[in-house]
Ligand binder design. Sequence first.
Ligand code: NDP
Length: 314
Amino acid sequence: MSRILVTGGSGLVGKAIKYVIETEPEGSKFGKQPGETWIFASSSEGDLRDPVATDALFEKYKPTHVIHLAALVGGLFKNMKYKLTFLRDNTLINDNVLRSAYTHQTSKVVSCLSTCVFSDKVEYPLDENKVHLGPPHESNFGYAHAKRMVDEEFGCNFTSAIPTNVFGPYDNFDLEDSHVIPGLIHKCVLAKKNGTPFVVSGTGKPLRQFIYSRDLAKLFIWQLRHYDDVEPLILSVGEDEEVSIKQVADAIVKEVGFEGNYVFDTTRADGQFRKPASNKKLLSLVGDFQFTPFEQALHETVKWFLDNYDIART
Ligand code: NDP
């Protein structure tokens, strides 16, 4: 019998794991297995910055396994604005969750890093051995330092995943504090509705690897069940799948059906130009895995946003 607690279960990635567990056939590769109980916790179940609340959550569910996603998360501009809050909140959350998992003898924890935590002074592509090489990029110093620490704990079966940029249903579509794809989708939908220009922050030139949240969810489920190594694992599409922000914006314009004026605001920051990550280790372990094509994933995300505008985080 396993009881799997997903912290951050109400967020973009948590909701995607819930979706996969509920929609894949029971007993299949990514579906629920006999004897498994999945618990998706949101912050309303307990503020994980608080050690007492964290312990109470572990006492209540007594998880045998944890996928630890809860974090203060935000895009480039939010990260630049609130570095100290990102450092403090995420350090507290990670310390409390890992400590409670340890004291409650949780047999396995998969925590979540991000390719944002790497230094921009490393040789590309990023791989699992470069997490601690050099200081993080100054745009997300606080978030990166707090995240890097989950790679340093306890010497038991606690490991971590390193996703690249994630997008999908249930993302945060806030106009300023979101990641690039949900922010641009929301802006483009508003521009279409109001007959105003669609303004993309930055030059459009930076390159990123994007992973669909439902693909990432499957990889998390696989990692929880089959990856028994404390070393982190990059969960990403291939290095040859980098897309420019302009390509992303073009695809959004097409998907939303926007026909107005579309411009780049080059006075806004671009962030790192590129930070390609290698998924070689993942592919050598997971075997055959079909990533959803970018356009299809974007189509499903835009559709979800339009269908759920009232409940989406905006
Ligand atoms: P979201 O912002 O969508 O969700 C964050 C989740 O964390 C929510 O469920 C939220 O709960 C919970 N949470 C936040 N603060 C607290 C707290 N103090 N106590 C308890 N729960 C809390 O994030 P994502 O799903 O995008 O991110 C999941 C993980 O993936 C994070 O660790 C993030 O760093 C990592 N990641 C994300 C990437 C991305 O592009 N989105 C890229 C790489 C890594 P509630 O909603 O109830 O407040």
